[in-house]
Design a protein around this ligand. Structure first.
Ligand code: PMV
Length: 320
């Protein structure tokens, strides 16, 4: 009753922001993301009748804060009448800093728990359960370019383009470490209740999804760049217009944005996106990765740089 799985974070190009059903954690809008290759969370789950309660270890230290969410997520696949589990999670990148560590964690957790139970649930079932734990986690079950669609009763995931069919690079400029001030669930609720831009954001999302889908089908980088930056800045405008306002950027985030603008003016195929945190993610073609990385590394306030190509969805791996 033990299994290990690995999953990569995903970066949304067309963002999920807002819930239509808080109880089931269903998103108010569809989204499109890219799954990374080189940043990963490995999750080992072992059900053990000798344990009284679930135990969670994150990067070697016992973690109480995330335990309830992890236990609920295991219940969703195992049922509440189950043996307690020993869960150990290891990520090779900073967690809780707007790098979608919850996405890779819950995607890997569901694949590992399902395998440890010997259940062999379909990927779509695990994606739907991952979405209950963290909306963006559903997308990490799949690789390459992934669309999350809202259906009447649930969500549906579609792989729009496999990673090798349009190789792109993501350069992450880390501008501050440490957990974010307001978690995304709370922040989305504040936006829904108070931002005057929230309803327009929801109304316009279908248009951005259509545009991004068409750009991906045509492998049209400039078209994808334009709609992704627009959608990102629109999501942040919703946050800035909320009461209290939610400003996740710092001065280095803005400096990185300026660096991307300068690269674009020099003809480099690159665009930026930013999630609920201060890190800037620059998406570019592989030939430009070194130049983009170098420019961001030399931007004032950047503390660290990570980069990754696009990869596959969550999968079971051999136990360590
Ligand atoms: O899945 P959550 O609850 O961490 O929310 C993710 C929200 C954004 O990262 C800002 C956008 C997205 O689509 O990933």
């Amino acid at each position: 009753m033990r299994a290990t799985a690995t999953a990569q974070p995903n970066i949304a190009l067309i963002k999920y922001w807002g819930k239509r059903d808080s109880l089931r954690n269903l998103p108010a809008v569809g989204s499109i993301s890219i799954t990374l290759a080189d940043l990963a969370t490995t999750m080992c789950v072992e059900f053990d009748a000798a344990l009284a309660n679930d135990v969670l270890t994150i990067n070697g230290s016992e973690n109480e804060a995330m335990l309830a969410r992890v236990s609920r997520c295991i219940d969703s696949v195992a049922g509440e009448d189950r043996k307690a589990a020993r869960v150990s999670s290891n990520s090779n990148f900073p967690i809780a800093a707007g790098l979608a560590s919850s996405a890779s964690a819950f995607a890997a957790l569901l694949v590992a728990a399902d395998a440890a139970l010997g259940k062999k649930d379909a990927r779509s079932v695990l994606a739907s359960l991952a979405g209950r734990a963290s909306g963006s986690a559903a997308r990490s079950l799949y690789g390459g370019f992934v669309e999350l669609r809202n259906t009447a009763a649930d969500i549906e995931l579609v792989e729009l383009c496999a990673a090798p069919d349009w190789p792109l690079e993501v350069v992450v400029a880390i501008t501050a470490l440490g957990p974010k001030a307001v978690g995304s669930t709370e922040a989305m609720e504040i936006s829904r209740k108070t931002s005057p831009f929230y309803s327009r954001w929801i109304e316009q999302q279908a248009q951005d999804l259509d545009e991004a889908r068409a750009a991906i089908a045509a492998r049209d980088f400039a078209r994808l760049a334009a709609v992704a930056e627009h959608n990102c800045l629109k999501m942040h405008s919703v946050m800035w217009g909320s009461r209290p306002p939610m400003i996740y950027w710092n001065s280095a985030t803005l400096a990185c944005m300026q660096t991307v603008r300068e690269l674009q003016s020099q003809g480099v195929a690159v665009f930026f996106t930013i999630d609920a945190g201060p890190q800037l993610k620059a998406v570019c073609e592989p030939a430009d990765e070194a130049r983009v990385r170098d420019a961001l590394e030399n931007t004032t306030g950047v503390e660290d740089i990570l980069s990754s190509g696009l990869g596959e969805g969550a999968k079971r791996i051999a136990d360590e």
